[in-house]
Every structure is written in C-alpha cells, then in structure tokens.
Design a protein around this ligand. Structure first.
Ligand code: 3PG
Length: 197
C-alpha cells in the first residue's frame, strides 16, 4: 500500500496484453498491479506480468481458498478481495501473503481486527458513502489504514488520498476496457504516480 499512491485494478482478457500493459504502468511509476480473477486469462496474466522488471503483481477479486492458492501458484505477491470472509482471511494469513480484504461497515473492520488485520480496501468506495463515510468509519479505528476502491477517478483520487486514514487508492481508470493503448496507459500512470497520500 505504500509502494505507490494508486493500485491499478486490471481486468485483462487477453494474455497478449499482459506485458505491454504492465510495462506501461511500471514505466509510468505504478509498480503495484492488481490483476482481477474475472477473466479466464487472469492466472496467465499474473504469470506474464510477474516477469516484467519492477512489477509487484497481486490478484484481485479473490473469493475463496481455491482461488487464493491458484493465485499464489501463479506468482501473486498479494491478495485483494471485495469482502472479508473468515475462511479466506485465515487461509491468507496462514499462507503468509499480504491480504487486503474489502470492508464497508464497522462490523467488517472489527471482524478483520479479530483476525489480526488492520489494512482494508474500502469497497465500493463511492457508493458506500464516499469520503464522508470513510472518515466517519475510520475515526474509531485509528490504527486502521484503507485503500478505497470503486468509483474513484483521476479527478477524485487526490481528494481520497488527502484523507489521513487513506494510504493508497485503487481504480480501473488507468486501463480502460477495450483496445490496449500503451501510450495512454503510460500517461495516466504518470499522472497517478505523481499523486501523494
Ligand atoms: C474493484 O474490483 O476494485 C472495482 O471494480 C474497481 O472499481 P472501479 O472500476 O470503479 O475503479
């Protein structure tokens, strides 16, 4: 969470896109790459992106222990989940891999703290009440730090990063769906990497 202000959330359908996308992001200053397990190619994409020098590649949309192990086998260095379930959290902790689960309520955070976690993805950030909601939610949990994700854009990222409890933000805006445009990805990554928490 401290390696870069923005974690690109990636939905890559074609493994041929993995290397050019990862290179453009890393060259642009965003080394931390979250490859979501939402496509058939995702595990191969993790393998391929992990070969790019300077890339720190993890898996997102990890929903259960089977996917956790598949992602680790493919080389994922961290795991992101949209929610916090005890079986997945315990398995990730047992594997010793950095784990960022999604939370949207105080009870979610308390369940995470019972498991020994204090870093969370605030998800879906904008529709869960936005910055106002996160500030209110973070207040009692003063040791917790957050990576808000969901609905954040290039225009709103710096407002989120200005919140004390926010260490980084996640977002899919760096790599829009459709045609791969390395120059555009590079430019968006450059702009995002200049943002500061
Ligand atoms: C996620 O998986 O974290 C979200 O789908 C990313 O949200 P965004 O597409 O609104 O950035």
């Amino acid at each position: 969470m401290t390696m870069a202000p923005v974690i690109p959330v990636l939905v890559v359908k074609d493994v041929a896109h993995a290397r050019p996308v990862a290179e453009a992001l890393v060259d642009g200053g965003l080394p931390v790459l979250e490859v979501t397990l939402r496509t058939d190619a995702a595990l191969d994409v993790i393998r391929e992106m992990s070969r790019v020098e300077g890339a720190f590649v993890g898996a997102g949309t990890v929903l259960n222990e089977t996917q956790l192990d598949e992602a680790i086998d493919a080389g994922a260095k961290f795991i992101v989940s949209p929610g916090l379930t005890t079986p997945l959290a315990e398995a990730a902790i047992a594997r010793g891999i950095p784990f960022l689960p999604g939370i949207a309520t105080a009870a979610d955070i308390m369940r995470g703290m019972d498991l020994g976690l204090d870093r969370f993805k605030f998800f879906p950030a904008e529709t869960s009440g936005g910055i106002k909601a996160l500030k209110a939610l973070a207040a009692p949990f003063y040791k917790a730090r957050f990576c808000p994700t969901g609905g954040i854009t290039v225009d709103t990222a710096s407002d989120w990063l200005a919140v004390d409890a926010v260490t980084c933000v996640g977002g899919s805006w760096l790599v829009p769906a459709g045609e791969i445009d390395p120059a555009g990805i590079h430019a968006r990554a450059r702009a995002a990497s200049a943002l500061r928490a």
